[in-house]
Design a protein around this ligand. Sequence first.
Ligand SMILES: [Zn+2]
Length: 522
Amino acid sequence: MTISDITRCIKNAHKRIFYRNTKLSGIARFLLMSQTPLKGEKVIFQHDPKDDSFNWRYDKNDKKHFITSTEKIHNVVNVKTKNSLALTTNFMKEVYRHELGHALYTERDSDILIQELKKYNIPFNLFNLFEDCFIEFKIVKDFPQFGKFFWHRYVDILDEAHTASEALYSLKLKEAMIRMHNSKSGNLTRFLPDVKFNSGLKEKVIYISNTQRKSEINSRLAITKYYREYCESDNIYLKADILNRWILTFGSDVPHHYEGQNKVQGYQDQEESSNPQIGNANSDKGITSNIDYDNIENRGFGITEGERSLTNRIFSSLRPICKKAYSIRNAISTSGSRLYIKNAITRLENAFRSYRKTGSKLKMICFVDFSGSMRQTIMHLGGKEFLGALKLLSDRNIIDLKMIISYNEHNYDITNDSLSKIMEIEPCGSHENFDNNLKKYDSELKDQDLVLLFTDGYLTGNIPSEENYRRRGINLIASCICEKEYIPKIRSYCDQYFTKSFIDSSPISLAKRLLEYSLKKA
Ligand SMILES: [Zn+2]
């Protein structure tokens, strides 16, 4: 099919959505003329071959909707539709209906929308995916005379999902919500594709309810719970809250099809357009020095009194531990030059030549997992104060520290940034990218007394080979702060990937255990 064929199909589809109300046709006429929320409103239909996808936007000042069509949408259709003018025309009609759904139901005030998305650092793409689920459910429910979308006629629906968002996309394409609504069986999981748990997605996840209650449930169930809640929420504040909880549970990645769409419906996803913050992990960058804080989500205020006091308390409890170790440094300075291969290939934690490779200051490198699931730990459970205390030890010349933020394709050395600045930043990535980022610092790792990964062990792929590091005498030590009831679970995740883990509900106790371990003589 040539481009001009596709253009012809779009024109025909546009004509038909204004036909007198016959089955499947005439939806635009109907929505604009009958008693619907769109009655009497102005909708301008325009065409732009350069746009990646059909899109809708609302001009607040002129009170006009704009729906833009483009041939490029034809890229997503299946082979059968690609070769059929009739199917292509019908597909375009459904896409027009979809955009009319946005005109009917999507938040029109772009300032409010952007403000809510920014508040929780929700990528526009992810919002768009959920919103597409929502508007399609709503328009079919409210105007059943036009039937379902039946996307399976026009696009291939994958029968496997490797991420939660891919599974969600399948629910959208299968119109699971409307089908469940009609059948009253209430079971949504039967519409899920085969969910694969081998690439980072866990079989059990922490689901967060709308009352902030956390429970560990099957991830298939969690996907359908968030999906259903979103479809049943009709204001942007509730929706943003659901998206925030989804990100805490699953991260903020989107299916491939949604990746490019950071400028749909006229709203520019500002974080994303100015830099590839929620980018794809393949476009990996080298070592990033000179961190630009605009690149990381910033809560907008510096260190608070409470945070400073906790940071100082952690610092004060660590200082004597370090001092004591250094006072005997001559005694241990000559130890630990040999690697015990026999023990190293089994998983004995005392297999290493030494916990301290030099007799001088403790040398540590700390990779901080800045993926979405770390938000709670870093922001609310003392994580940033723990990191801040390490930073204070380094500032006072008590330890030798390098601290790296690791997320998506980024690695930011924040060692020399001020404490206040470090306190301002928030986890914003979907992906911790440990393997790539460890490799960038590979030449420095073997000189460290402690290679620390501050992480909850919810790794989303890019998993370092612990065994390879261990064989070279490098311990990958994980640590995390979490609520008491999650300690065993997070420990089991971390133990799966790392040499040893320290998981604690108190940042002070965590810091003490960790340093005591690291300063211990082999
Ligand atoms: Zn849409």
